[in-house]
Design a protein around this ligand. Sequence first.
Ligand code: FES
Length: 123
Amino acid sequence: MPDSARICAASEVPQQGAKGLEVNWGERRISLILLWEAGELRGYLNSCPHTGVRLEWRADDFFDSEGQHLQCTTHDARFRPGDGHCVAGPCKGQSLVAAPLVIEDGEIRLLSPDSLPRSARRR
Ligand code: FES
């Protein structure tokens, strides 16, 4: 098995907001959140550090109403989009797991998917 997995074209990640998607890796299905922060691509495992559930309640809807933080819709934890650090809520002080990403020829790839913890469980 190769040591990286294609995710999507970089152009598919919106300049505002975030994109959620699933990556198949062998038997695994890895849920990710992708976004641009100050022109840099960021990617996180879509798994709240509080209980492990996915953050969004509907597709690609990850930000709070102010558009400042990623928000877990289960208990309203807020995460900085730049580093995934939780600034409010029951998991304050913890962080989303950063996904190791690279952009090659306009394609986003996930490096070393085996190094990521198991993806979030569904609600
Ligand atoms: S499950 Fe995310 S804040 Fe509780």
